[in-house]
Design a protein around this ligand. Structure first.
Ligand code: NAD
Length: 264
């Protein structure tokens, strides 16, 4: 625990349960003194998110579906009413039809392409539009991405295309908002067993592969991502914007299977 985020108010979007990456970031921020609000998608998740929020002293827990403009408007209206301002936003939201997170990218349907890009990429921009009016200098936006944006990884398919667009939008948003003193960054996390990840084909194989072949010879945890989140969302990273920061035990530097990697 510490005070790196004392006095900072943040909205965390994308907690589904205590294995969510958003929860790793939220708990790390809370441990540094941040005051938090949370959103959940759908009533089923409210039951999971409300006790987690309460455990870090948050009393602002709001529904939000990023495919619904009115829902996003209501979320930020509630934040504005309660706090009158916002210091940071965590966007840890992605979706694709899991039938298309296996097999070939070429088979992606138009419907799933548009919905995946809408929820996984455009939502960050749509939320930025609403968050920025509540922010001043020192404001920070953070999203989550994956190596599949940069290089082909098995089964990631349309989500890789969505993450590539998301990473580009981080750079454009950073340029738009830099003059306001607002920073925009992404964390490219290594694979972590979450609800969303369970939809990806052969995910257990991907976890093993990363464990055996990453420089640190392990997989990342949501605590690892939380630490990087505190850095990027606090004044520690006051000179950092438009960045895609890898928190993946170094896997992205690797070019070939490690000589000592066992067969999986
Ligand atoms: P998760 O299932 O815990 O979180 C995904 C969240 O997206 C859920 O809370 C879900 O409610 C939310 N969501 C989906 N559609 C939504 C909508 N229409 N409106 C509002 N919310 C919606 O899984 P996670 O792995 O923690 O995912 C968080 C982020 O991290 C995602 O962007 C994911 O792509 C990214 N990421 C995950 C991994 C991994 O291996 N788990 C690696 C790199 C990046």
């Amino acid at each position: 625990t510490g005070t790196l985020m004392r006095g900072r108010r943040g909205l965390v979007m994308g907690v589904a349960n205590d294995r969510s990456i958003a929860w790793g970031i939220a708990s790390a921020c809370a441990a540094q003194g941040a005051t938090l609000a949370f959103t959940y998608q759908g009533e089923a998740l409210q039951k999971r998110v409300a006790p987690l929020a309460a455990s870090v002293g948050s009393d602002l827990v709001l529904p939000c579906d990023v495919t619904d403009e009115a829902s996003m408007d209501a979320t930020f209206a509630a934040v504005a009413e309660k706090w009158g301002r916002l210091d940071f936003l965590v966007h840890a939201i992605a979706w694709s039809d899991k039938d298309q997170l296996k097999g070939r990218y070429i088979d992606t349907t138009r419907d799933n392409f548009l919905r995946s890009l809408d929820i996984s990429c455009y939502s960050f921009t749509a939320l930025a539009q609403r968050a920025v009016p509540l922010m001043g200098p020192g404001g920070a936006l953070l999203t989550l991405t994956y190596l599949g944006a940069e290089r082909v990884t098995p089964h990631y398919n349309v989500m890789g295309v969505a993450k590539a667009a998301l990473e580009a939008s981080v750079r454009y948003l950073a340029a738009d908002l830099g003059g306001l003193g607002i920073r925009v960054n992404a964390i490219s996390a290594g694979p972590i067993k979450t609800l969303a990840a369970s939809g990806i084909g052969d995910f257990r194989y991907i976890l093993k592969w990363n464990q055996y072949n990453s420089p640190l010879k392990r997989n990342v945890t949501i605590e690892d991502v939380g630490g990087a989140g505190v850095y990027l969302l606090s004044d520690l990273a006051s000179g950092v914007t438009g960045e895609v920061h890898h928190v993946d035990c170094g896997y992205h530097i690797v070019g070939m299977k490690a000589v000592d990697a066992p067969d999986i």
